[in-house]
Design a binder for this molecule. Structure first.
Ligand SMILES: NC(=O)c1ccc[n+]([C@@H]2O[C@H](COP(=O)([O-])OP(=O)(O)OC[C@H]3O[C@@H](n4cnc5c(N)ncnc54)[C@H](OP(=O)(O)O)[C@@H]3O)[C@@H](O)[C@H]2O)c1
Length: 286
């Protein structure tokens, strides 16, 4: 049985992906921040199939100490029950914000959750991914286009614009995936980014101000159901001949920003290593 870890698996796109992969026979390990939502999600999956293999782990992934804590639990689970193998990691948890808000470590929240959490979690789970020659899949967005990384102020402390912060975090998803492929494709690991399209979820109605809340309430009505993008994650987990592409929409490759270069990917990798206090080259040693 193949094992998949999905972050933000308690609602929206992550929950639908967890449901679909559980139906396909995966051992699903979901991560969420709310006990109530995680319990509901687990009950829903089990109500569809009492034999489904599903576990939920609680963690506020915005905080690095929480990523570290939950990854220890997941690694222990993988070692005890899954032969230390992880076939896919889906870094999907994400947020939007209306104002400059920071994490415990003092990092801007959209950058911290939408990019750094996945960067750190992937590092922590890398031995298990290597063992299974696994896949790492990020939830990106077409909003990554038309923007550059603000290298001199990546948290946008000096001139904060929440939409710019969101778009930049989604560009980072592609740069991270490229950085992973450049470093670990030779170990059999492949990284991808899914563009889910416009999806009817509550992302813009959580911890946002009046205006973002209102705009998203109207906008999400035009979005597809989250079970539509779920199929692309399942495709990338299942497909036998590993696709060469990086960015996928509706199970097909699509074009991405010209900002996704080796130079930018390396620069983000080094910056993220510093911000997470890790070195991918020393994986397993910390
Ligand atoms: N919806 C769209 O149109 C769209 C388009 C492009 C990209 N995306 C991306 O899709 C991904 C999923 O978003 P969604 O639209 O499915 O929204 P969503 O329904 O709000 O799902 C977000 C998930 O992340 C979890 N989460 C939020 N903050 C967390 C934290 N601090 N620690 C751990 N988990 C946390 C949420 O938990 P709770 O259940 O407790 O809220 C939920 O499970 C995001 O990366 C987003 O940027 C969405």
């Amino acid at each position: 049985m193949k094992t998949v870890v999905i972050t933000g698996a308690s609602s929206g796109i992550g929950l639908e992906t967890a449901r679909l992969l559980a139906r396909l026979g995966y051992n699903v390990l979901g991560i969420g921040r709310s006990e109530a939502n995680c319990n509901k999600a687990k009950e829903l999956i089990l109500s569809e199939n009492t034999n489904a293999k599903v576990e939920y782990f609680l963690a506020d992934l915005m905080q690095q100490r929480e990523v570290n804590r939950v990854s220890e639990k997941i690694n222990a689970y993988l070692n005890e029950r899954c032969n230390g193998e992880l076939h896919a990691l889906i870094n999907n948890a994400g947020c939007v914000r209306s104002w400059y808000m920071t994490t415990y470590e003092g990092y801007e929240q959209q950058f911290a959750l939408n990019h750094l959490a996945g960067f750190l979690l992937t590092y922590k789970l890398l031995p298990a991914l290597k063992k299974a020659q696994g896949r790492v899949i990020m939830t990106g967005s077409d909003s990554h286009k038309g923007i550059k990384v603000h290298w001199n102020d990546v948290m946008l402390r000096h001139r904060y614009n929440p939409l710019t912060a969101y778009k930049q975090s989604k560009l980072c998803n592609l740069l991270f995936a490229k950085g992973l492929n450049d470093r670990f494709a030779s170990d059999g690991i492949r990284a991808y980014v899914v563009d889910p399209g416009l999806v009817n979820t509550d992302i813009g109605n959580k911890d946002t101000g009046f205006l973002v809340n209102l705009i998203w309430k109207i906008r999400k009505k035009h979005g597809v159901s989250p079970d539509v993008p779920a199929k692309t994650y399942a495709y990338l987990c299942e497909v036998k001949d590993v696709p060469d592409g990086l960015y996928f929409y509706l199970c097909k490759e699509k074009n991405y920003s010209k900002e996704v270069t080796k130079e930018n990917a390396d620069r983000l990798f080094e910056l993220s290593e510093r911000l997470c206090d890790i070195q991918y080259g020393k994986v397993g040693m910390t």
